[in-house]
Design a protein around this ligand. Structure first.
Ligand code: NAI
Length: 540
């Protein structure tokens, strides 16, 4: 039960504050007379003022700072503003603007907005988590700041990511903000410029050894289980090797998932499901070549293999259909530098460092760029893919924009309009001859907020790949034939709330059918999701 606040304390509480929308009667009752201007406003009017003030901000980072301040003052108004144009504001509260905010985090810091759990608190983490005032936390988004977007190790400055990611749970899938807790697990940083920055707020020490990190994570996992037994851990933006190792360790033990791995895999598979509708093929018959074999590449490869298995292939046959190429060339068994996660995709082939040669030899039907290197899908690469395939599937997922392996324009131009294309960023429509193509962005926000809602609704014990594949299918199936005909592989971003509702219900259904739910199955899962949805309105 929320404590009933009065006076200035009430105005300073973002969950209860209504600002100028407090009625005259409330102002009398709650000691607010004289503390607010006389006019009583509607929420709509407050939203209009915020939009006006936002329009005066000169940069996306200034808009981010304004919205962060708004979230600190009035939570309902913050989400009401986001709801006016999710596609516009998701780019401000999250990628790409959140990247700029993380770079500046120590400098623009105002309030904690979550928990900072540091290695200095080892041995006491259960006590530390008791300091969070809410008892029933259902999702913790936790980062070490080890690999923030494409920006590398940002240490404690990475806190912008768990905060933003959880705001998307609410903005996209209407998860109640009260059940969400951003956590920065501070293990130090190897970023020298941060260690030298007097305004840096994290532990001023180098990152620990793997063994020390893993022991610290284990204590944190135990403390979370103890303090918040219904809580799912969403791992986000950890260093790639840490991310894969910890997911492998905990996936079958606790309720957890990693969005960089499973969410990214899921959104890519959603795009591929729709690509298959256009090319009239089956995923299990495709040959996939990845350009980039880091955590995104491995995450997507594993998810595609899981999706192929669901279409009847054995694990080995599915892995046989997938190859990877990295900074040292094609992954094949003579390579001595492969990680255990990469080895299942190293198939006998002529060693090569030439992407075009690898395409000519392997004849992929799908080429996926996750290399972080812009412009690497050259005219020759796209033409080679187009020679081999009527409808080559080309995903250039690296971001930001300058890192995209090819632009939408190049993909359509060099394939003469035949490429089935998606990018990690949003490109404008491209017109070739009399046809306009609308490229889609493979944005994880179609997936993780909806899966998060399904987890909250069902109290899922574990979050295996099957749930992400269901979410991928549910997202893909919400693209209309008309949209597919324009080349769109994902629903319009402006529909993200409607799409997330359906995806959440389908994902919850899957959690029940896998026997992973810890609450009784309701008559209507759709009604259960609706009943849990947060609405940015002032409740009486
Ligand atoms: P990472 O740093 O773990 O992996 C990069 C991989 O690319 C490595 O295997 C590296 O060897 C390879 N690479 C680097 N330079 C290369 C070159 N010149 N030629 C061939 N291979 C090269 O990075 P991570 O986390 O796997 O992310 C990769 C990219 O994918 C990033 O740009 C990230 O922003 C993007 N991404 C996009 C998502 C989406 O669209 N939904 C989701 C997650 C990541």
């Amino acid at each position: 039960m929320e404590q009933s606040l009065i006076g200035v304390t009430l105005l300073e509480n973002p969950k209860q504050n209504r600002g100028t929308a407090f009625s005259q009667e409330e102002r009398q009752r709650k000691g607010l007379v004289g503390l607010l201007p006389p006019t009583v406003e509607t929420l709509d009017n407050q939203v209009k003022r915020c939009l006006h003030q936002l329009s005066k901000k000169n940069s996306d980072l200034e808009q981010y700072i304004y919205l962060a301040q708004l979230a600190d003052e009035n939570q309902t108004l913050f989400y009401a503003v986001l709801a006016t144009d999710p596609a516009r504001f998701l780019k401000i509260v999250y990628d790409p603007t959140v990247g700029a905010a993380c770079l500046e985090f120590g400098h623009i810091y105002r309030k904690p907005n979550g928990m900072y759990v540091s290695m200095e608190q080892r041995g006491k983490l259960k006590e530390v988590l008791k300091n969070w005032p809410i008892e029933d936390v259902r999702v913790i988004c936790v980062s070490t700041g080890g690999r923030i977007l494409g920006l590398g190790d940002l240490g404690t400055n990475g806190m912008g990511i768990p905060i933003g990611k959880l705001q998307l749970y609410t903005a996209c899938a209407a998860v109640q903000p009260d059940v969400l807790l951003p956590v920065l697990l501070d293990c130090g940083t190897d970023n020298e410029s941060l260690l030298d920055d007097p305004l840096y707020l994290g532990l001023k020490q180098k990152r620990p050894s793997i063994d020390e990190l893993d022991a610290f994570v284990q204590e944190f996992v135990d403390a979370v289980q103890d303090r918040f037994p219904k809580c799912c851990l969403h791992f986000e933006d950890w260093k790639g090797t840490d991310a894969l190792r910890l997911l492998a360790r905990y996936a079958d033990q606790i309720s957890c998932y990693n969005d960089d791995i499973q969410g990214t895999g899921s959104v890519a598979v959603a795009g591929l499901y729709n690509a298959m509708k256009i090319s009239k093929g089956s995923l299990k018959d495709q040959r996939v070549l990845f350009f980039g074999a880091g955590s995104a590449g491995i995450g997507i490869a594993n998810m595609i293999a899981s999706a192929m298995k669901l279409e009847g292939l054995s694990e080995k046959d599915a892995q046989e259909r997938i190859s990877l190429f990295d900074v040292n060339g094609l992954l094949e068994p003579s390579r001595k530098d492969l990680s255990p996660d990469q080895k299942p995709y190293a198939h006998a082939a002529k060693p090569t460092k030439d992407l075009v040669a690898a395409i000519s030899e392997l004849k992929p039907t799908i080429l996926i760029g996750v290399s972080t290197v812009g412009g690497t899908f050259t005219q020759q690469v796209i033409e080679t893919m187009s020679k081999l395939n009527d409808r080559p599937v080309i995903f250039a997922l690296s971001n930001p924009t300058e890192n995209a392996e090819c632009t939408a324009e190049d993909a359509y131009k060099f394939s003469k309009g035949r490429a089935i294309y998606a990018a990690g960023v949003q490109f404008d429509p491209v017109t070739i001859g009399d046809k306009t193509y609308v490229p889609s962005q493979a944005n994880n926000f179609y997936i993780f907020p909806a899966v998060g809602m399904a987890i909250v609704a069902t109290e899922a014990k574990h979050v295996p790949d099957e749930i992400f594949i269901t979410a991928a299918r549910a997202t893909a199936d919400q693209v209309t034939d008309e949209q597919l005909a324009k080349g769109m592989l994902f629903p319009p971003q402006s529909d993200v709330q409607k799409v997330s509702h359906v995806t959440a219900a389908k994902s919850a259904e899957r959690i029940y059918s896998l026997g992973l739910a810890q609450v009784d199955k309701p008559k209507s899962i759709d009604a259960l999701i609706t009943s849990l949805e947060y609405k940015p309105i002032y409740e009486d």
